[in-house]
Design a protein around this ligand. Structure first.
Ligand SMILES: O=P(O)(O)OC[C@H]1O[C@@H](O)[C@H](O)[C@@H](O)[C@@H]1O
Length: 293
């Protein structure tokens, strides 16, 4: 455990070809991921991010659980991302698994259930970032939850960035009070604030002919001349596309006013249809991210 991003206690992983990543114990929050030697992190972390015990870190991969956004009685995006009680369950050179169980404070919240979340973060031999989230109902009553891996992807310039793979998909437009629309475009481009929950999104094919599969969603970043490929399991049926643009950025104390130009959030999750777990039942979902030029 060391101090990363200036202030957070972190775990660092590095593979034999020089790929590396860093995860803060606070929130089991992936902060940086560099797929190649001497490459900058693909993930955006705000230069004004806060790392205190009560803060949600602005950037990287916050875990939204057991509530996505304002869809329930809890605070926005649930209590996991601000939680300091994550323990390290397992760790080796390539992976680290975090574990969070219900505590006095979670039981006193508007979601008072008995649960266990395990979150595995792995650096693959190819330098890709693979994550797996497991939720177990360890109590004696059924519960429901929504969740997301709220990834902030760094881009060279949001104006020459597009998100692809969602054409034909239904989405709730948060900027129009959740109005349900259907995506007409092959490429979602950014000329203002975008805040949408797509779902269910089309499934990709991890075993494609070239052995590399077909990503569900791709971010095309023309400035960096790269594509970020997002693979997700079917238990993450939904995907959020979010960029705050200028006015919202100006209102966010932990984001410089012009920082919206340098990231896009594509967040895989189980959002539109809450997941229901019976006592002792488990749920599991995964995401893998790779970068191609
Ligand atoms: O400021 P927060 O709580 O981290 O949320 C950031 C954004 O997170 C996104 O997931 C939501 O769709 C947006 O509506 C929200 O503004």
């Amino acid at each position: 455990m060391s101090q990363g991003a200036g202030q957070a206690a972190t775990v660092s992983l590095r593979n034999s070809v020089g790929s590396k990543l860093e995860v803060a114990k606070h929130g089991a929050h992936v902060l940086t991921w560099s797929p190649g030697v001497n490459e900058e992190s693909v993930l955006f972390v705000s230069p004004a991010a806060k790392f205190g015990p009560q803060d949600a870190i602005r950037g990287g991969i916050p875990i939204c659980f057991p509530q996505f956004g304002p869809r329930g009685a809890l605070e926005q995006h649930g209590f996991c991302r601000k939680n300091n009680d994550w323990a390290i369950a397992k760790q080796d050179e390539k992976s680290v698994e975090f574990e969070l169980k219900d505590s006095e404070s979670t039981r006193a919240s508007a979601w008072p259930h008995t649960f266990q979340v395990n979150y595995l973060v792995e650096l693959t031999d190819e330098g890709n970032l693979a994550t797996k989230m497991k939720v177990k109902n360890t109590g004696s009553e059924q519960f429901t939850f929504t969740c997301a891996l709220h990834t902030y992807f760094g881009v060279g310039d949001i104006s020459s960035t597009s998100v692809e793979g969602l054409r034909g998909c239904e989405y709730e437009d948060s900027l129009q009070g959740g109005k349900v629309l259907q995506e007409q475009e092959d490429a979602i481009r950014f000329e203002g604030e975008v805040d949408r929950v797509y779902g269910p999104t089309p499934q990709g094919d991890e075993s494609g002919e070239d052995g590399e599969g077909t990503a569900e969603i791709e971010i095309k970043d023309q400035s960096h001349k790269r594509r970020i490929c997002i693979f997700k399991s079917s238990s993450f049926p939904d995907a959020v596309v979010w960029n705050p643009w200028i006015e919202k950025s100006q209102k966010m104390a932990d984001l410089p006013d012009d920082a919206y130009k340098r990231f896009v959030c594509v967040e895989v999750g189980a959002i539109r249809q809450p997941v229901s777990l019976q006592p002792q039942q488990e749920w599991e979902a995964s995401q893998a991210i790779s970068v191609k030029s």
